[in-house]
Structures are given as structure tokens and as C-alpha cells.
Design a protein around this ligand. Structure first.
Ligand code: ADQ
Length: 470
């Protein structure tokens, strides 16, 4: 079996791959350790051109090499802050209204992909299998192929793939899809995402799609052939359960319990991002307090949302909007000893989050669009099976296709979300346990290891190309 080469925008540090039970970094690192190989990508540093070109920096951990490069300010602005996060991210999350398109940024995006691919080449061995992750790296395989690389290359998209009518908003949509067709295997989070990609091929690229016996698809477009499939990313539920239980009587949980004074707790944890539906969520909670006076003073929403991408303008706006909403709702319903929304703008350690999830009666996870949403899965896994909380989940999270024990809501329907909260708050133990069991079964059936192993098995089964150029 050849080595595995993982390529992602950011590379986890060797410490991150060990620290957090169940994290994505741990899952991917597991596969790297088994096969031996390289994890390649951006270090997260912005550096001078000389330093960037001197890379990659190599760090060895057993059979795994962590290979990272820095980006220049211009590359960072055009590739990362620009086309990746101000064009692709919003459009792929159906927020054309927040997207901008600049030709120079797109050119920078392609230039950085080609440059990264070139830097990887000297680390490659002939039978390596290459697994590329996410929207920052759509043209990566095309750049490798242009340099004659014939290895098997797979791509997993962590975010939604938009319906063709939405994708058309990005002027070079055709080039992007053509680049995707240079991969041997494309993995999507849900059947809806895969279907949207097929739809584009058939309706806008005169392509063809057929299904293979094993539920996967073969596609042909732009004179290229590739396979596609659905690989739902998961967590390691039993490790999370064990972690949540182990830390449930630590000081941070006791402090929270004491401060709640017997009130019910609704927990939400997200990166501060407009795709996560935070404003809509706060308004739904406001509806609960408005329509159900009996809950005023008796239920608290804890929202943990550390800022991300704070140098992208739309992220500054969402932060302001949320602060305004939290202040407004708290101004309306707070008492001398009661604050309805506790909005915390900071990151928490994973073990702390899991034990806080276990303490809460509701996990309130309501993105407007989300590839999967691992928080929903982590919330379920962290519950005490003897007295589990209820997951209230958006139909627009990829996780909704699997977690049929959740109360599903439409995040655009504030009253509907409020009704789901009412239902969850007063749900009898037996019903909560039944729902929890259904969800846990889904998590165990399709854990992070299954996601990783199935994708890699399928990628290794693809016939090798004879020439680099597609
Ligand atoms: P994200 O948009 O980052 O990921 P999500 O899957 O919810 O979304 O979270 C990823 C991880 O970050 C989870 O393990 C979570 O615990 C952690 N996290 C989130 N908020 C945190 C906080 N406030 N403090 C500490 N940790 C926090 C993208 C896609 C998702 C997809 C994942 C994985 O947008 O749809 O599920 O990749 O494929």
C-alpha cells in the first residue's frame, strides 16, 4: 500500500493531532500514521517571499511528515481572504448577497494553488495516494496534473456544493468545475451536494453521470472521467461520551451549574460565521421568552462563538449584528439576577465544551447552510444516556440527513424554532432517551473512522492514470 499524502489549507500541528479525542485532525492523522506519509499545507503564517520560497518546513512525527509553507501578504489577501473566503465560502453557503468577485483575487487563488502544488511535488513518491481537502484547493489536482503527476488524487468538500443556479454567480464557475473534474474521486457530505454537482455537469457542461453497482457514481465531462460519492463526516462518539463524563464534575461545570440556579440550559457552539444562523437563533429564543412567560427567568441560552476570519468585512458585520441582538434581547428580558443570553466570544477547550454539552437540556444547532456540522454530532455523543438533552437541528445542516432523533427546524421560521424549543424543554425522559438512542446509533454506524476509511478505500480502488495531463 502506497503512502498517504494529505493536503489541506491549514495543517494541524503534531500536538493538535493528539490533544483532542475525536477531532478531524485526529481522524486524518490516524490514517496518516497507518499508511505513513505527509501532511502538507499552509502553516498559518504570513511571511516574506524569500521565506515562503524557502519552504516547506518539515517536522517528523514517527512515519508522518508535517510539511508546511508560509504565504506572502499578497497570496494571503488574494487566495485566502479574497477568493476563498469572500467569494467561494459565501456562494457555496447560498449567500450571494455577501459575496464579491475580483479577477485579481481569482488569479491569485489559482496562482497559489499552482505554487503549492509545485512545492509538494518534490515530496511525492510514485505510489502515493493524495487526499486534498476543501474549497481553498479546488484547482490543486489540475496544477499537479499539469506537472505530469499521475498519482491517484481525491478531493473532499467539507462545505455544501451549491445548486447550479447559485454557482453560476461565480463568473469562472466553469473553470472551477473543470478543475474539480481533474480529481479521480470527489467526496461530498450529502446526497444533495453530490446531486447539485451532477446537475451542473449534465445541464451546464454537457456531461454524463451514471451509477455504479456500489452506490457510487461515475461522471464524464470536459473530456475527463471521475468518480463521485457521499462520505458523511462523523465523530468518535464513544470517546466523546467518555470525555464528557470524565470532566462533568470539574470546576467550570460546577460554576456554571451554580450560576444557573436550577434554570434550564440551552447550549450553542459555533465559529462566529454568518452561515451558522446566529441572529435567527437569538430571535427564536426571544420568541420563546415572548410567547411563553413561564420560561422567562427559567431558561438560559449560552452561545459560544469565537470570532474567525475577522479581517473579512462580512465577519465584522455579523459580530456587530450579534452583539446588538444579544444586547437588545437581554435589555428586554434580564432581571437583577437573570441574563437570558450569555454570549461568549471565546474559544473553549474541546473537553470543556463536551462536558458543558452534557450539562445542557437542549443543543440548539441551527445553521442556514452547513456541510455537516460536527457540533450537532458532538452534542449528541456528549449526552448522559440516563438523562439526555434534546438536539434541535436545522434542516440545512448536513447532519440532519442522519440524526433523525433530533427535532428538525427551519432556521427561517422563528416561531417554528420557538415551538421546537418549547417541545424540547418539556419532553418526557422516555422520549428523550428514545431520540438519543436513535441518534447514537447513527453516530456509531458512521463514525469518523468509517468516513476516512471508506473514502480512502474508494480512492485506492480508482485505476491509476497513464499520463498526468487529463
Ligand atoms: P466548521 O464550519 O468549522 O467546519 P463544525 O463542523 O460545526 O463547523 O465545527 C468543526 C469543529 O470546530 C467541531 O469539532 C467543533 O467542536 C469545533 N468548534 C466549533 N465552534 C467552536 C468553539 N466555539 N470553540 C471550540 N471549538 C469549536 C467545516 C464545515 C462543516 C463540517 C466541518 C467538517 O463548515 O459543515 O461539518 O467542516 O467537515
Amino acid at each position: 500500500m502506497g503512502r498517504l499524502v494529505v493536503v489541506s489549507n491549514r495543517v494541524a500541528t503534531p500536538t493538535e493531532t493528539k490533544g483532542s479525542a475525536g477531532g478531524l485532525a485526529v481522524g486524518v492523522f490516524g490514517a496518516l500514521k497507518d499508511a505513513g506519509g505527509v501532511w502538507f499545507g499552509w502553516s498559518g503564517d504570513v511571511v516574506s517571499e524569500t521565506v515562503a520560497n524557502a519552504g516547506p518546513t518539515l517536522e517528523q512525527d514517527g512515519a508522518v511528515t508535517f510539511a508546511t509553507v508560509g504565504l506572502t501578504r499578497k497570496d494571503y489577501d488574494q487566495y485566502y481572504r479574497g477568493f476563498s473566503n469572500a467569494t467561494l465560502w459565501p456562494v457555496f453557503h447560498y449567500r450571494n448577497d455577501l459575496a464579491r468577485y475580483e479577477r485579481e483575487e481569482y488569479a491569485g487563488y489559482r496562482r497559489v494553488n499552482a505554487w503549492l502544488a509545485h512545492r509538494l511535488i518534490k515530496l511525492l513518491e510514485p505510489d502515493d495516494v493524495i487526499w486534498v481537502h476543501d474549497y481553498h484547493l479546488i484547482p490543486f489536482a489540475e496544477s499537479l496534473r499539469a506537472e505530469g503527476v499521475t498519482n491517484r488524487i481525491g478531493f473532499f468538500l467539507h462545505i455544501p456544493f451549491p445548486a447550479p443556479q447559485i454557482l453560476l454567480n461565480i463568473p469562472p464557475h466553469e473553470e472551477l468545475v473543470k478543475s474539480l473534474c481533474c480529481y479521480d474521486l470527489l467526496g461530498f457530505q450529502t446526497a444533495t451536494d453530490e446531486l447539485a454537482f451532477h446537475d451542473y455537469l449534465v445541464r451546464h457542461a454537457r456531461g454524463r453521470v451514471s451509477t455504479t453497482g456500489d452506490g457510487k457514481s461515475e461522471a464524464e465531462a470536459f473530456g475527463r472521467k471521475l468518480r463521485t460519492g457521499v462520505y458523511r463526516i462523523g465523530v468518535f462518539p464513544d470517546e466523546i461520551a467518555e470525555q464528557a463524563e470524565r470532566y462533568e464534575s470539574r470546576q467550570h461545570v460546577l460554576d456554571l451549574k451554580q450560576s444557573l440556579e436550577g434554570r434550564k440550559l440551552i447550549m450553542s457552539v459555533d465559529r462566529l460565521d454568518y452561515s451558522k444562523g446566529l441572529v435567527e437563533r437569538f430571535r427564536a429564543f426571544e420568541h420563546l421568552l415572548e410567547r411563553s412567560p413561564e420560561w422567562r427567568g427559567n431558561v438560559t441560552l449560552v452561545q459560544i462563538a469565537p470570532p474567525t476570519r475577522s479581517d473579512v468585512a462580512t465577519y465584522q458585520q455579523i459580530r456587530q449584528d450579534l452583539e446588538y441582538e444579544a444586547g437588545r434581547i437581554n435589555g428586554r428580558y434580564s432581571g437583577l439576577d437573570y441574563t437570558p443570553i450569555r454570549y461568549l466570544n471565546q474559544r473553549y477547550d474541546r473537553w470543556k465544551l463536551m462536558s458543558l454539552f452534557r450539562e445542557s437540556q437542549i443543543g440548539f444547532v441551527t445553521p442556514l447552510h452547513d456541510g455537516m456540522n460536527l457540533v450537532a454530532k458532538e452534542y449528541v455523543a456528549a449526552q448522559n444516556p440516563d438523562d439526555p438533552g434534546v438536539l434541535v437541528l436545522s434542516i440545512f445542516a448536513g447532519a440532519a440527513a442522519e440524526l433523525s432523533g433530533a427535532l428538525l427546524v427551519n432556521p427561517h421560521d422563528a416561531v417554528g424554532m420557538c415551538e421546537a424549543l418549547q417541545r424540547a424543554l418539556s419532553m418526557p425522559l422516555e422520549a428523550r432517551q428514545r431520540r438519543h438512542e436513535i441518534n447514537m446509533e447513527a453516530l456509531r454506524k458512521n463514525d469518523l473512522g468509517v468516513w476516512r476509511d471508506t473514502f480512502l478505500h474508494d480512492l485506492r480502488s480508482v485505476p491509476v492514470r497513464k499520463t498526468g495531463r487529463a
